[in-house]
Design a protein around this ligand. Structure first.
Ligand code: PDD
Length: 291
């Protein structure tokens, strides 16, 4: 039975109830985090907390994130996930429940805090080696995608379009620039240089993205953070996506055309291997690596 956290209580998910006046329900007025957990140990939870704090501040929601660590520990333990290779903790804060007005509710409205923890099946080596296929799609999101808000409809529609076209992922293109995936960040390799969109208001500053940039530096791989016009796509030799549940995912076809030789490339493999090693180091767990 799933045990969830809601407004200070741990309870079976069937017993967790929200007000129909909750602003998360009515407006998508809130923020969330998804933190990957390996062998019971959250990977870089401090970075997720810092990003949530920044998002809350950006939206003017008054919630102190310092209790998040304890909630993560407790919910993993109550769901008996300490020994799983991988799990995720979903953590969401909304502006709370109050009669519907577009402007903020009274200042004493308590935020709604919700979390769950579930087992997560990592991609198997065979699937990783086959790589992923993606479509490009116009980015119809708002202009502050650096805040991880609950308003995910453009991502939902993009991902559903990908599924209908029998692709695995969707890549958002804004003003001719391939910015990021529908739920992941985007990297390219061109002439041996690792490229990714700068951490502006047009992408979510991914915790995995940050780790990959750090690992590329350590591996001596040259990095450029610059916008990549989608018309340059035919010239890139490798493409991969990164994210808390995506880890490092090679993209081998975009809009039906192969990327490079149509197989995961050497830079992707190197960074993926180093990423798993870093997780193993920081979380104290051995992970199944990819051949
Ligand atoms: N998504 N960009 C977008 C739009 C995202 O939604 C995500 C994560 C990322 C990667 O960020 P990180 O490396 O910190 O997970 C980039 C989460 C996993 C989700 O919505 O489920």
């Amino acid at each position: 039975m799933d045990v969830v956290f809601l407004n200070g209580e741990y309870l079976p998910s069937e017993q967790a109830h929200l007000s129909v006046d909750d602003r998360g329900f009515l407006f998508g007025d809130g923020v969330y985090e998804v933190t990957p957990v390996y062998g019971g140990e959250p990977f870089r939870l401090d970075r997720h907390m810092a990003r949530l704090r920044r998002g809350l501040r950006g939206l003017g929601i008054d919630y102190d994130v310092t209790g998040m660590k304890g909630i993560h520990r407790e919910i993993l333990s109550r769901n008996e996930l300490k020994d799983e290779e991988m799990a995720v903790v979903y953590f969401q804060v909304t502006r709370g429940a109050a009669p519907r007005t577009h402007h903020f509710p009274p200042s004493d409205t308590a935020p709604t805090v919700y979390a769950y923890a579930r087992r997560f099946a990592r991609r198997e080596a065979g699937e990783w080696n086959r790589g992923s296929s993606a479509i490009t799609i116009p980015d119809s999101r708002w202009a502050r995608t650096d805040i991880k808000t609950l308003q995910l409809l453009p991502s939902v529609l993009a991902q559903e379009t990908a599924r209908r076209r029998e692709a695995n992922d969707a890549i958002f293109v804004r003003d001719g620039i391939a910015v990021e995936g529908a739920h992941s960040n985007l990297f390219f390799v061109r002439d041996g240089v690792l490229l990714t969109h700068p951490a502006s208001n047009q992408i979510l500053p991914g915790i995995t993205r940050e780790a990959i940039l750090e690992l590329a530096g350590e591996a001596g791989i040259p990095v450029e953070e610059r916008p990549l016009p989608s018309e340059e796509l035919p010239e890139v030799s490798e493409v991969f996506l990164t994210g808390s549940t995506t880890e490092v995912r090679p993209v081998v076809r975009i809009d039906g055309r192969p990327v490079g030789d149509g197989r995961p490339g050497p830079v992707t493999r190197t960074l993926h291997g180093r990423f798993l090693d870093r997780i193993a180091e920081e979380c104290g767990v051995a992970l199944q690596t990819v051949a």
